[in-house]
Each structure stands twice: as structure tokens, then as C-alpha cells.
Write a protein that binds this ligand. Sequence first.
Ligand code: NAD
Length: 299
Amino acid sequence: MKHSKIAIIGSGAVGSTIAYSLILNQLVSEIIMVDVDKKRCEGEILDLSDSIAFSKTSCIYQGDFKDAAQADIIIISAGRAQKLGQDRLELLQVNINIIKSIFEQLKPLNRNAIVIMVTNPLDLMTYYAAKFCDLPKSQIIGTGTFLDSLRLHVLLAQKLKVSANSINGYIIGEHGDSQVVAWSGVRVGTQLFSEFNINNGDLIDIEDAIKNQAYKIIECKGATYYGIAACVAKICQIIIFNEKEIIPLSIYNQEYDICFSLPVILSEQGIIEVIDLKLNDIEKNNLQKSINKLKSQII
Ligand code: NAD
């Protein structure tokens, strides 16, 4: 295993659940956790340490930014979380300052590290990470619409009574309200989803359910963390085992000077290719609107 050291900056609900997913999935030998709240971080580590006896993870410890900067994968889940009724964008200024201060401290940085951004508003945080961090843009990725796309697979699987693994398709654009389901490319097995007799109202219901899932979870229990932690563990697995799987991630786009999600081939070196999706005119138009929205929010 090439990548054996993972740093998690921000050991709150999301960061510590990511650590738990990495441990249970036997993905990493060493986990370093960093948080400004050292006491909470200590508590999370003590709790997580009780689970490593079942895992190939040999150690999990509280480190500083200098330790974290030398990890093979650096996950950033530090920042203010969304509150009930709060749009992801309201977090923007607070979290920009946090991300900036983190990259100022992550020095000297392992030149081969892959940075995974999790903090919201996700695409903008990935954009600012790409600005504040001098690694190649292919090594800075955001979880983007990976989670949203998996929610799509699950909802379609329930509707069509097949396994979610049999659904292939992507949500692209913003990880947020302007996200776009690329319906024209969704497949069930080898069959195009558009060939199934599903009415437009049902498609809109599915789109709304995906967009509202996080708001609904936050309304019920205050935070979301299991789904995103499972996604981050899967992203780490793809990198660690150089799997070259195609998944949608938020990445820097030079043409628009912004980050948003598109399907990419992910490897141990980071992004090695962006997949050219064949979108219909409505999808192209909606993606453009999503990009415009993100661009208008750069401060
Ligand atoms: P949380 O409040 O439980 O944890 C955030 C942690 O960040 C805290 O422990 C805090 O002390 C720490 N922190 C703040 N500033 C820091 C700094 N400068 N350096 C190191 N640590 C610092 O919040 P959470 O529920 O874990 O959410 C974390 C982030 O993840 C939020 O922005 C949230 O919106 C985001 N999130 C993203 C997704 C996604 O799909 N990408 C899903 C869920 C949550």
C-alpha cells in the first residue's frame, strides 16, 4: 500500500466519522488528526482508538500542521457547519478564513500529497484551496457531487427495484441547490434510463429529494456525517489502490476559473482525466447556470 498516512484537519462530526470509516474499511496504517479544539480532538481520538483493534490501522494520534503536511492524503473538514435553514453559501467568508489559515500552516507540504476538501460551501472551498495551496490542481479535489450522485443511484434503485450498483449516472455542477442531474447519460445496467417510462414529475421529485436530503437530516439531527464519511473513505480507497475509478468530484476548471463537479478518472496521482459528458441542450444550459452561480459567489 503506497499511501499509508492520512491527515484529517478538523476532527468534528465529519472529520471523526471519516476517521472511523477509514479504520473500519482497513484503508490506512496511520491517521493524524488536527483541530484547533485540542480537547475535543483528544476525546475523538481516545474514542476512535477503541476501534483500531479490529483494523489494520496501527495508530491514530493528535498532530500539528507540520505532521499533517507530510501525509499522503490530507483531508480538510475543518470549518463552521451548516445550521438549520442555512444555505451552504452563508458559511463562505468564515470558512475561507479558516482554509487560508490552514494552508498557511501546512508547510512544508508533501509535494505528492492529495488534498481532499470536504468543508462547505464545497466548490468554493475547493476553489480557495486551489488558490492558497501551491500543489498542482490535479492533486486538489473536492467531494463535490459524489454524495449527491450516490443518492441518485439509491433513489433510482428503489424506484426500479434493482441494486444501486446497477445504476450509473452523475450529478454535476454545484454541490448545492443548482446541481444538475445529467439524466441523458443515466444507465440502468446497459439500458439508458431515458428509455424507461418515468414521468417528468417523478424526475423532479427525485431531483428535489436529493437537493433537500442534507437540509432534512440537519433539521432532524443537526448535522450530516455518515454519507460524506463513506464517500471520503471510498475516494481514499481509489487513491491508495490506484483504482482509476470514474467518479464525480469538484475540480478546478481553467476555462471558468472555478471549481465544480464533473466525472473524472481518479488515481494515486490525483485527477488524470476529466470525462467529456455528452449533455443535451437543457443539461448544458443548467450546468452553465450552476457555473454562473458559483462564479458570482467568488469574493
Ligand atoms: P463540526 O463543527 O462538528 O466540526 C468542525 C471542526 O473544525 C471543529 O472541531 C472545529 O474546532 C474545527 N476547526 C475550526 N477551525 C479550524 C482550524 N482553523 N483548524 C483546524 N480545525 C478547525 O462540523 P462538521 O459537522 O464536522 O462539518 C465540517 C464541515 O464539513 C462543514 O463545513 C460542513 O458543512 C461540511 N460538510 C460537508 C459535506 C459535503 O458533502 N462535502 C457534508 C457534510 C458536512
